[in-house]
Design a protein around this ligand. Structure first.
Ligand code: NOJ
Length: 603
């Protein structure tokens, strides 16, 4: 009976899914984050735009991308460069027009690319019409934001903020408004008042905005700053973190137990997912929802859903961004990767982020060599891969003077600390070629909004296309492997260490004729010759590994046969091999699978 029930359920689910186009596209693809201000400028104002992205769509096809995620392009006074939205339903003139957006969506569709937008639910701009009406207590906007009375007046007669809460960008999280004679909460800059998710009208507004963009052609969303959505309504002071790294006006000075990760916030995310799923069914197009949350592993996993409530398709996996360091050992790397994979709830889909517009570029964090090794791991570990623009050519951070600093997080830190906090260095223009301004803008145009990295003459896309071996070519081979190989798309993962410095993992499916993939990573500063035989127990006796691709200093040529007993792994590098599983191991695993299915069915 149960077997029949399960069969009918699977059949119904299958038929329902059959109505939706490209159901699993988000699982096997690489998402590419475009930071629009810095991608390609077509209007000579020194700022990238939608027409520029349209012009470069074939680049995504060329490098094997499937999903293009745009950082915000909505109307904004740009106090946080687009993450302060003054009209959630319009395009900022800096980036173009709604017609440009529609052309871009069309251009993506024609090329089989999916278009993902940044959704910024935690706050609006202080120039949003809702905020203005809220100041004047115009209904229904009075409680669209979090307003509180001053705690009192200080000696000079100025209002005292309601509590000690700090903004992520530094200084008090409260700003006094003379008209309403109250403070409003802003967890980021003062120009980003926090929306009040205790108010159902706000939730409905935001649901409608999601619907609006899916109707316009978006295939999904990246959800911004999610841990901050809700705050404790008794507004207590937050305790000190006692972290000596931070001064008293820096966010890290406090422990954010009342302003982040509140248990109620997951329901808001599950609600967004319902909206996305409804639209998906209506439009017959598979959508995706990815959550940005810097939080504990335990909290991160809650974003996948709970019980029968679905959450994000995946919350970003920031392990490479926050936990892997230059000094991370092979054993630690294995532990970090295993811990993430083992924390995934049943049926949850994994993903790997190695950089974004907020964090030091991977090539600068780890150095050019290990930066590339991270790109290899990010592409070949299980789940979706996410690339930040420039990673495909190994772009590095650009040093920016205090005078040229524009990021609010840098500016608010002041000249003494700005280098620790500013995100400008990771946001400089994309390096297309060796012409003026790296081909980012048209010659004779205004200076780019951020300086181009001086290394652009030697580090640029056009140059790397010409070279026989370059990060660009390596990247392309990796995305191709994702597309071609079942082992990369859905294979099991086994991780191992060899000696002190080698971390290795294999991906394999138990299908006759399907190649398995072995990735060998050296965390040491010197070349290591390793016997990796133990990492490939299913390699047919006497057979060799076929070298496929590796970091720039790899000693091997494509398709070279290498004995697993002696593999030369370059300093801080990574090598990728293909191999055939022994028939016996496939037969044994298949038998095991058959027995366990049989047992499960009749249990
Ligand atoms: C996270 C975004 O990635 C960052 O760039 C932005 O400043 C904050 N959220 C606030 O929206």
């Amino acid at each position: 009976m149960r077997v029949a029930g399960a069969f009918v359920f699977a059949l119904v689910a299958h038929l329902a899914a059959a109505q939706i186009a490209d159901v699993d596209w988000w699982k096997t693809t690489t998402f590419y984050q475009v930071y629009p201000r810095s991608f390609k400028d077509t209007t000579a104002d020194g700022i990238g735009d939608l027409k520029g992205i349209l012009q470069k769509l074939d680049h995504f096809v060329d490098i094997g991308i499937g999903g293009v995620w745009l950082s915000p392009v909505f109307k904004s006074p740009m106090k946080d460069f687009g993450y302060d939205v003054s009209d959630f339903r319009d395009i900022d003139p800096i980036f173009g027009t709604m017609a440009d957006f529609e052309n871009l969506a069309k251009g993506c569709k024609e090329r089989g690319l999916k278009l993902v937008l940044d959704f910024v639910p935690n706050h609006s701009s202080d120039e949003h019409v809702w905020f203005n009406k809220s100041i004047y207590k115009e209904e229904p906007y009075t409680d669209y934001y979090t307003w509180l009375d001053p705690k009192g007046l200080n000696e000079s007669g100025s209002p005292i903020p309601p509590n000690n809460w700090l903004s992520v960008f530094g200084g008090s999280a409260w700003e006094y408004n003379e008209v309403r004679e109250q403070f409003y909460l802003h967890q980021f800059v003062a120009g980003q008042p926090d929306l009040n998710y205790r108010n159902p009208a706000v939730v409905e507004e935001m649901n409608d905005i999601l619907r609006f963009w899916m109707d316009k052609g978006a295939d999904g969303f990246r959800l911004d700053a999610i841990p901050h959505l809700l705050e404790d309504q008794s507004f207590p002071d937050e305790p000190l973190s006692n972290d000596p790294e931070f001064t008293s006006d820096q966010w890290g000075y406090l422990s954010h137990i009342y302003t982040t990760d509140l248990p109620e916030l997951y329901d808001v995310i599950y609600g967004f997912r319902d909206v996305v799923d409804q639209k998906q069914a209506e439009l017959g197009r598979q959508m995706v929802m990815m959550v940005e949350a810097y939080t504990s592993l335990e909290n991160t996993m809650k974003y996948y859903g709970s019980g029968d409530r679905k959450g994000a398709h995946f919350p970003f996996n920031f392990e490479f961004v926050t936990n892997v360091k230059n000094e991370t050992t092979a054993a630690e790397l294995k532990q970090i990767i295993d811990r993430w994979q083992n924390s995934l709830p049943d049926g949850a889909w994994s993903n790997w982020v190695i950089g974004n517009h907020d964090r030091t570029r991977v090539a600068s964090r780890f150095g050019r060599d290990f930066g590339l090794a991270a790109v290899i791991m990010g592409q070949l570990l299980p789940g979706s891969a996410i690339t930040y623009n420039g990673e495909e050519i190994n772009m590095e951070d650009t040093w920016i003077s205090w005078k040229d600093t524009v990021d609010p997080q840098g500016c608010q830190a002041g000249p003494e600390y700005y280098q620790k906090f500013s995100r400008d260095p990771v946001r400089t223009p994309f390096q297309w070629d060796n012409s003026t301004y790296a081909g980012f803008t048209i010659p004779d145009s205004s200076k780019p909004w951020l300086p181009v990295n001086e290394n652009y003459k030697e580090l640029n896309l056009a140059e790397q296309k010409e070279m026989a071996n370059s990060p660009y070519h390596i990247y392309k081979k990796l995305t191709a492997l994702r597309k071609e190989r079942a082992a990369v798309q859905r294979g099991s993962l086994t991780t191992k260490t060899v000696g002190d410095n080698i971390f290795a993992f294999t991906r394999q499916v138990d299908t006759e004729g399907e190649k398995a993939v072995l990735v060998v990573v050296n965390v040491d500063d010197a070349e290591v010759t390793a016997d990796v035989t133990s990492t490939v127990p299913s390699l047919r006796a006497g057979e060799q590994l076929t070298y496929h691709v590796g970091t720039l200093e790899s000693p091997y040529d494509a398709d070279e046969m290498i004995a697993p007993s002696s593999v030369k792994v370059p300093a801080r590098g990574a090598l990728v091999f293909l191999y055939t599983n022994s028939a016996t191991s496939i037969a044994a695993t298949s038998l095991l699978l058959l027995v366990s299915t049989f047992l499960a069915l009749f249990n």
